[in-house]
Design a binder for this molecule. Structure first.
Ligand code: ADP
Ligand code: MG
Length: 334
């Protein structure tokens, strides 16, 4: 695949993805469920941004808004700008053009996203023929082989069915599909969660290499902060639908300022890692039900540093140091 020209990259100043005060509320039989509450996030060309947080904190819900894939009952507020266009309000024609060609998503669990009775080559070819109907069959086949090689599989593997591939190979196919229409933004929701540790590392290396070689932007989601620490430029940590901290990957992992980030980084300790000193003795309890959030800070009931004041009001996300927004009133206190 041809590289993106240098000039095209340096001339682009606007972010590829710009989420502004995004809120998502599901309608449920037990009342409204605020899954995402006022999230701001940007991804620039060539940048890898990570989104971390326990299961249920709203990561996949947020991701679904990027290509307007949220369920019809979900109410989305705020702006979801992909290459400057608000995908939540553009017409269907513009939205179709955006999907695959400008931005694409790699989902968790490649086995369930691939069609079991269709050869993988045909599945990779599908978005190409939809978006570039004038491309001849030979050119499409060439592109399919190139894409497979780009993700580290032989081009001839295009004739394989999904069940003939390992989990890691299937996830590579999913990444090839995401690259098929040469998007500028890729969103990967838990792309390595179902894989064993060795394969996980290979897939993360692949994603990082693609970002470097193609100059695309990548938003990568994981419940495992240590996965993100190795690949991301910036990391945002979510809790109960809100961003509670963001910073460089190294800051979030080795110098967490929010007690929740500290707990997350301590939840996956490495021997000799300075983050281990922040680790509380495990993080007890579960995240709250979004329909019944506790008063004040949502994390207070589980927080080892909580005091009475923490339950009075939801702490604002404030920049406590350059590039370090944190939503905790106790930052800096002993
Ligand atoms: N389609 C849906 N309808 C109602 N509630 C949902 C739906 N999808 C997710 N939720 C709820 O929204 C919250 C966030 O879920 P999700 O975005 O999947 O979190 P994560 O990806 O971080 O695990 C959870 O409380 C979940 O139960
Ligand atoms: Mg999820």
């Amino acid at each position: 695949m041809s590289a993106v020209p240098e000039t095209a990259l340096s001339e682009r100043t606007e972010p590829l993805l710009d989420l502004r005060d995004v809120t998502v509320t599901y309608r449920t039989s037990e009342g409204p469920l605020p899954a995402v509450r006022g999230v701001n996030l940007t991804v620039a060309p060539g940048q890898v941004v990570g989104l971390a947080g326990e299961s249920g904190c709203g990561k996949s819900t947020l991701v679904s808004t990027v290509l307007r894939l949220q369920p019809s009952g979900a109410k989305v507020e705020g702006e979801v700008l992909v290459l400057g266009q608000d995908v939540q309000t553009v017409g269907w024609g513009a939205l179709r053009a955006l999907r695959w060609a400008e931005a694409s998503i790699v989902f968790q669990g490649a086995l369930h996203s691939l069609n079991p009775v269709q050869r993988i080559g045909a599945q990779i070819a599908e978005p190409i023929t939809v978006h570039e109907p004038d491309l001849g069959d030979a050119a499409v086949q060439r592109r399919v082989e190139e894409l497979l090689e780009q993700v580290g599989l032989p081009g001839a593997r295009k004739r394989a069915y999904p069940h003939q591939l390992s989990g890691g190979q299937r996830q590579r196919v999913m990444i090839a599909m995401a690259l098929a229409c040469r998007p500028q933004l890729i969103v990967a929701d838990e792309p390595t969660t179902a894989l064993d540790v060795m394969v996980q590392a290979q897939i993360l290396d692949l994603l990082r290499d693609l970002v470097r070689d193609l100059g695309v932007g990548l938003l990568i989601i994981s419940h495992d902060l240590s996965v993100l620490a190795d690949v991301c430029d910036r990391v945002l940590v979510m809790y109960a639908g809100r961003v509670v901290e963001s910073g460089t990957a190294a800051q979030a992992f080795t110098d967490p300022l929010h007690p929740y980030t500290a707990a997350l980084s301590g939840a996956f300790p490495r021997i000799g890692d300075p983050a281990a000193r922040y680790a509380p003795a495990g993080l007890a309890g579960d995240p709250p039900d979004p329909r019944e959030l506790p008063p004040g800070c949502s994390f207070a009931p589980r927080c080892p540093r909580a005091v009475d004041r923490c339950t009075e009001a939801e702490p604002p996300l404030l920049e406590v140091a350059p590039g370090r927004p944190v939503a905790c009133i106790r930052v800096g206190e002993p």
